[in-house]
Design a protein around this ligand. Structure first.
Ligand code: FAD
Length: 413
């Protein structure tokens, strides 16, 4: 297997990378410690978020921060016990909450996101997996028109990439989405979007597709990266050592630990997020939507209606907290007052986030070791494009995109 590429982590980014490498004619070994979609790619909102070019760190964050910090019912949470450890990251994260940084982040997120639906369709073209990708509208639900107007900064950024909503007010809101209760008085609707109806199953089947086309998948944890003459030569795992000529680290938040195996420290922290699935719902939205005051997406999926989101700045070792789930459930009740369901299911996941809100995509020096992680809130959307870009780079094809903003060495690693 001397010429093979080893992809570490079978989430949305890793599986996409493995498939694109395979299409470029490479022999690929895909590894995951817990199985495909064991991380954030399992329980997310499944939105192909082409519009998500607005980072959390906009200048508006300063206005909302005091209420986020002091109000236990707001949709942004902090794991206080972890604060001392992540203070340096948090300080740098907040330093990006200004117009210049927000514009620059937005510009650099755009090429990874705005063709998300097309990239997913290209990943599954001609396979039975096409059924997991649905075309749809996407709406932002607001309690009042004033709340929409308060979001002007974010909408102006979205407008730069052509995401301009039709804004519905009053009774038109319930005509468009009968599931919404009377508390929702404004709906900003984007056309031409898409979503995934079961992200975990989608990734499992992408892995099966990769294997059926000759790829190798092994469930094993990576424990070492061995270099010879400064280049990767093999990857050590709990199931033995595998030779390779290149490797790609796509291990989500755990990429931080894999990078440590190389003696490299990356500024990657987690924005924890939660989901609640309302099973056998009495009604579902016609199209996916964002409940803006609860900061979560709503997606009618095949296992029920999934509400997924909220942000809890913290770490990926601590247990789930109670408050984010409480706020999520309460906001869902406000949005959908008539909803009935048989049962619910909860989940906690870890968004892998850098303080400049951009992923690390590229080669570390000339080591043959590539990074594909740090996709924060948008890894499902940007996974297929990232995988394609990495496969191009490994195959010696220059991507038609300036990769400098995503360079893994931009933090001095
Ligand atoms: C609540 C919530 C809602 C979200 N909603 C959306 C959304 O609607 N749209 C969107 O685009 N994004 C969304 N996201 C973000 C998205 O889920 C992530 O950005 C994305 O899943 C990250 O994918 P990944 O492949 O980088 O990492 P992961 O999916 O976390 O995969 C990493 C994999 O690496 C494996 N691994 C780790 N360490 C090792 C090791 N040492 N050896 C071998 N394997 C290893 C893990 O087992 C895991 O399977 C959401 C996230 C959350 C938490």
């Amino acid at each position: 297997m001397a010429q093979s590429v080893i992809v570490i982590g079978a989430g949305m980014v890793g599986v996409s990378t493995a498939i694109w490498l395979q299409r470029f004619g490479r022999e690929v070994l895909l590894l995951d410690k817990d199985g495909p979609a064991a991380g954030a790619s399992f329980g997310n909102a499944g939105l192909i978020a082409q519009w998500a070019v607005t980072p959390v760190t906009t200048p508006d964050l300063w206005k909302s921060l005091p209420s986020y910090m002091l109000n236990p019912n707001s949709a942004l949470f902090l794991k206080w016990s972890y604060l001392p450890k992540m203070l340096p990251w948090l300080a740098k994260f907040l330093s990006h909450a200004n117009d210049k940084s927000a514009q620059s982040i937005s510009r650099n997120l755009a090429p990874l996101l705005t063709d998300g639906v097309e990239q997913h369709k290209a990943l599954v073209a001609g396979t039975k997996l096409e059924r997991w990708i649905s075309d749809s509208k996407f709406s932002y639900a607001y309690k009042t028109r004033k709340d929409f107007d308060h979001d002007r900064y974010a909408w102006d950024l979205k407008a730069t990439v052509g995401m301009i909503p039709t804004v519905l007010n009053g009774r038109d809101v319930q005509d468009a989405e009968p599931i919404l209760g009377p508390d929702v008085k404004c709906l900003a609707v984007l056309e031409g979007q898409g979503h995934i109806t079961n992200p975990g199953q989608y990734i499992q089947e992408l892995t099966d597709h990769f294997v059926s086309n000759g790829g190798k998948y092994v469930q094993a944890e990576v424990t070492g990266l061995n270099k010879v003459g400064g280049r990767i030569a093999s990857v050590a795992t709990t199931k033995g050592v595998f030779d390779c000529s290149e490797t790609v680290i796509t291990a989500g938040i755990w990429s931080k630990d894999v990078m440590k195996l190389l003696g490299l420290k990356v500024p990657l922290e987690t924005e924890r997020g939660y989901h609640v699935i309302f099973k056998n719902p009495s009604e579902v939205p016609r199209n996916p939507m964002m409940i803006t005051w609860g900061k979560f997406g709503v997606n009618p999926m095949d296992m029920g209606m999934r509400c997924a989101g909220t942000v809890e700045i913290g770490d990926h070792h601590a247990e789930a907290s109670k408050n984010p789930i409480k706020v999520l459930r309460r906001s869902a009740k406000e949005a959908f007052p008539k909803l009935k369901y048989s049962d619910t299911e909860e989940w906690l996941g870890f968004r892998p986030s850098t303080y400049d809100s951009l992923p690390l995509i590229g080669e570390i020096g000339a080591s043959g070791i590539y990074t594909g992680f740090g996709h924060q809130h948008v890894g499902v959307t940007a996974g297929p494009k990232t995988g394609r870009l990495i496969a191009q780079m490994i195959s010696g094809n220059t991507p038609n995109l300036d990769m400098a903003p995503y360079a893994p060495d931009r933090f001095g690693v």
